[in-house]
Design a protein around this ligand. Structure first.
Ligand code: SAM
Length: 243
């Protein structure tokens, strides 16, 4: 049986999705508050920057993959307007439900679908923009997921991958301390779950760095890939243009 990483643990490939589901089932109800606390609000700036770079136009079709609690879908919907379509998707029903409720509270009823990024239930060349924000890290076959994102994009369409990445060297000690000492404690206090936040810290360390992710995108259908490092590489936005 082929093995893969779940954080620092090695697990059977076909067990990873179940474990990831367990993490997000556990944190879904506290996900938004934990994001604000852990990043000290910075995730809002990273996401606002991503939405700006996406440059969604009125009438565009947009796919939000691993869209979770729906903040990106909500922002894209403002730009796509009533002529456009934003599809909000995630593999996890608990996360998607939080997002759907948030969107409804904001008066937005978007098409919402439970689906796996590795096997997207959409026709080829359907979307102008595809976004995956803090989701790719959790996927078992990142190459398959990226190839699927390329497949559903129109030629010339744009993929935005916002994800934790490799921090600049001077920050690495304090970042490690924060990730492994502070985050799990915060998770325990606020969400009653330290293990999920330890997984978060570990999964970030196992995720491809900026250059490796760029080359993975190039191998899976993206002709041109730009890297935007944010907060000294704590996060990187990769922008790929479909060939
Ligand atoms: N996009 C939201 C954000 O930026 O806050 C949520 C990100 S959350 C850290 C990661 C999400 O990825 C979870 O909701 C999880 O269910 C989803 N996910 C993990 N594996 C997935 C897959 N194979 N396909 C689709 N979504 C997946």
């Amino acid at each position: 049986m082929t093995q893969t990483h779940f954080g620092f643990k090695k697990v059977n490939e076909d067990d990873k999705a179940r474990r990831v589901r367990g993490v997000f089932d556990s944190v879904a109800s506290k996900y938004d508050i934990m994001n604000d606390l852990m990043s000290m609000g910075l995730h809002r700036a990273w996401k606002a920057y991503t939405v700006m770079v996406a440059n969604v136009q009125s009438g565009d079709t947009v796919l939000d993959i691993a869209g979770g609690t729906g903040d990106m879908a909500q922002a894209f919907a403002k730009h796509a307007g009533t002529q456009g379509t934003v599809v909000h998707t995630d593999i996890n029903f608990a996360m998607l439900r939080q997002g759907r409720d948030r969107l409804l509270d904001e008066g937005l009823m978007l098409p919402t679908t439970v689906c796996d990024a590795e096997a997207l239930p959409f026709a080829d060349a359907q979307f102008n923009v595809v976004c995956v924000s803090f989701g790719l890290r959790n996927m078992t076959h990142k190459d398959r997921a990226l190839a699927e994102m390329a497949r559903v994009l129109k030629p010339g369409g744009k993929l935005l991958v916002l994800e934790f990445s490799k921090v600049a060297q001077p920050l690495s000690k304090v970042y490690d301390w924060y990730s492994f000492e502070v985050l799990p404690r915060l998770g325990k206090m606020v969400a009653g779950d330290d293990a999920s936040y330890r997984y978060l810290a570990e999964s970030i360390r196992m995720h491809p760095d900026q250059a490796a992710l760029k080359s993975l995108m190039q191998q899976n259908g993206f002709a041109h890939v730009d890297i935007h490092n944010l907060s000294l590489g704590v996060v990187a936005l990769h922008v790929g243009i479909k060939c």
